[in-house]
Design a protein around this ligand. Structure first.
Ligand SMILES: NC(=O)c1ccc[n+]([C@@H]2O[C@H](COP(=O)([O-])OP(=O)(O)OC[C@H]3O[C@@H](n4cnc5c(N)ncnc54)[C@H](OP(=O)(O)O)[C@@H]3O)[C@@H](O)[C@H]2O)c1
Length: 239
């Protein structure tokens, strides 16, 4: 039996990609799930397939969402142990050409909503003296590249939040970790005219399951051990 058996995880951005793969990996270890995203039909399908899984559909940018998610965890399962702030989107382009409305939407989801979810989740965890607060950052939270300045800025923000939180919560029983993926084949780039594996010359991108393994690695550590950051890159990625 996994040490995670019976724990409860709230995962944002769980309709597809990294969030969904992480939900599946945690579920295999006996974790009960609260899943969030906008595509309600997908969430319902996941709930029908995964044991002990409840879902809430909506916009993560709605400031009421974090409280609603944690209340759903408490009402459904009576506890709340793992928060995975994973919802995100990408708007890219040269700084003087990027679609500013798309950029604003991205800032709202990747920064504002992520901060608000962490704010609420951590307050609950501190009260119980235990928990895991995880974020999906990016390799672009540690460096940038042309046309990725705005997206990288959001992931730098996630790194800053997580590192401050880690220090503030040291000794509290609440651990803070960031997973930093390189290129993963998901719905994130669905609107790209040129596939990123082509434009970035990455012959074999990661799969969402590759990132899920890193999340599981962090949360399965003994409580005395913290993994603050895990970067996972395709072995062929050179940018
Ligand atoms: N794919 C990569 O190469 C890569 C690399 C580094 C980091 N990341 C990060 O990984 C995370 C997950 O992305 P992914 O690659 O797994 O792509 P994905 O399959 O598109 O997943 C993104 C998730 O975020 C949710 N989401 C986006 N906007 C939302 C909103 N306004 N309200 C609620 N949910 C919202 C989406 O749900 P709905 O569409 O159903 O709302 C979806 O579940 C993101 O933070 C992304 O920045 C991805």
């Amino acid at each position: 039996m996994s040490g995670l058996d019976g724990k409860v995880a709230v995962i944002t951005g769980a309709t597809s990609g990294i969030g969904l793969a992480t939900a599946e990996a945690l579920s295999e270890r006996g974790v009960k799930l609260v899943l969030h995203g906008r595509r309600g039909e997908r969430l319902e399908a996941h709930a029908a397939r995964l044991p002990n899984c409840v879902v809430l559909a909506g916009d993560i940018a709605d400031p009421a969402t974090p409280d609603a998610l944690i209340a759903l965890a408490q009402k459904s399962f009576g506890r709340f142990d793992i928060a995975f702030a994973n919802a995100g989107l990408i708007a890219s382009g040269p700084v003087d050409e990027i679609d500013l409305d798309a950029m604003s939407d991205m800032l709202k989801v990747n920064i504002d909503a992520t901060f608000r979810f962490a704010y609420t989740a951590v307050r609950h965890m501190k009260a119980t003296g235990s928990g895991d607060m995880l974020f999906t950052g990016s390799v672009l939270g540690t460096k940038t590249r042309p046309i990725a300045g705005a997206y990288a800025a959001t992931k730098y923000a996630v790194e800053a939040l997580a590192e401050s939180l880690r220090m503030e919560l040291a000794g509290s029983g609440v651990r803070v970790s960031v997973v930093e993926p390189g290129l993963v084949r998901t719905d994130l780039h669905r609107d790209y005219e040129v596939r990123p594996e082509v434009s970035q010359n990455v012959p074999e991108p990661l799969t969402p399951a590759d990132i899920a393994r890193a999340v599981v690695f962090a949360v399965e550590q003994p409580r005395s051990v913290l993994i603050p950051r895990v970067m996972v890159l395709p072995s062929g990625q050179n940018v």
